[in-house]
Design a protein around this ligand. Structure first.
Ligand SMILES: C[S@@+](CC[C@H](N)C(=O)[O-])C[C@H]1O[C@@H](n2cnc3c(N)ncnc32)[C@H](O)[C@@H]1O
Length: 313
């Protein structure tokens, strides 16, 4: 599949780019893994900063994203290997590519601008063509249309509440069940908005669509799975950087990084350590890095980003 040209206004701007490069590139050369290569923006900047002896393996679950990355990264030649794979299979990908120890690993979660803009994927509130939402549209995962149209109302309400933190989840699930079959993301957004009522600055269906996308792609489960694998693939001094876009993701990253940076993870109050846990990483910076005002002005999609970084001991 050849990459379709991407209109400039639909191009994905890599978030916290300078911060990611500064965190991961420590000198000339190195082996890097970009678990969410997307449009290749972070990958290109990492390779440019690390120099001609650096290599990068880029994964993406979305075949269309990979085609764009292939085009963007073509001048790095054989330094780049791109793999159409969900990062939940990172351990197998590393074995296949012969990567034993990486200098830097990046996970930039969520959606790219192209995925949001491309009608026919079901990611956008305005997409009247599709209700799919799978990152891997050729994969065997459950599309959003099945979750929305076939799941019991109770289970749907639980997803919207848990992954969307949506207070009106029960009312929204009732409205969805009453309007089945729902044919597109725009149709789902209209029914959700009518049930939720107008509040705040974000579209009233944003949380519900986010929740269904998280369920469809098992986003929190795959994030929880990949973090220990990524840490295990780092060489001593190697770094893992994760950019998250909502509090559910960030909580998983923060909790894991904090636990893995401690020598003992016993519950408080035990007189002696019973867990035998030893720290695997050190935290690089105590707080998450947020985009500055200038970046948010230039790229509104960056506004909720949080970057956390650890270094392998
Ligand atoms: C925010 S974009 C990454 C943008 C990229 N850093 C850049 O500079 O262009 C996130 C990408 O991660 C991919 N993705 C999300 N979850 C994934 C997963 N579990 N495995 C592989 N790719 C995933 C999406 O398909 C999307 O292309």
């Amino acid at each position: 599949m050849a990459a379709e040209p991407v209109a400039p206004h639909l191009r994905h701007f890599p978030v916290l780019l300078a911060e990611v490069v500064a965190a991961l590139v420590k000198g000339p050369e190195g082996a890097f893994i970009d678990c969410t290569v997307g449009a290749g923006g972070h990958a290109a900047a990492i390779l440019a900063a690390a120099g001609p002896d650096a290599t990068l393996a880029g994964l993406d679950a979305d075949q269309r994203a990979l085609e764009i990355a292939r085009d963007v990264l073509r001048h790095f030649g054989a330094s780049v290997q791109l793999v159409h794979r969900n990062f939940r299979h990172l351990a197998q990908v590393a074995v296949t590519l012969g990567i034993r120890q990486a200098h830097g690993i990046l996970i930039d979660l969520g959606l790219s601008t192209m995925q949001l803009a491309h009608h026919g994927r079901g990611f956008s509130l305005h997409d009247a063509q599709s209700l799919d939402m799978r990152f891997d549209e050729d994969g065997d995962g459950t599309p959003a249309s099945v979750v929305v149209n076939e799941w019991p109302e109770e289970a749907l309400a639980d997803v919207i509440y848990r992954y969307g933190e949506e207070p009106a989840a029960r009312r929204i699930a009732r409205a969805i069940a009453a309007h089945r079959p729902i044919t597109s993301a725009a149709h789902l957004a209209a029914i959700t908005a009518a049930a939720a009522g107008k509040r705040g600055r974000i579209h009233p269906a944003t949380r519900t669509l986010q929740a269904i996308r998280i369920e469809v792609n098992q986003e929190l489960a795959v994030l929880t799975e990949v973090l220990p694998v990524a840490v295990s693939l780092l060489r001593p001094g190697g770094r893992l950087a994760v950019i998250s876009f909502h509090s559910l993701e960030d909580r998983i990253v923060k909790t894991y990084f904090q636990a893995e940076s401690r020598d003992c993870v016993c519950p408080p109050g035990l007189p002696v350590c019973a867990c035998g846990h030893t720290a695997q990483v050190r935290l690089v910076g105590r707080k998450a890095v947020r985009p500055g005002d200038v970046e948010v002005r230039q790229n509104a999609a960056s506004r909720s980003a949080k970057l956390r970084v650890v270094e392998r001991l």
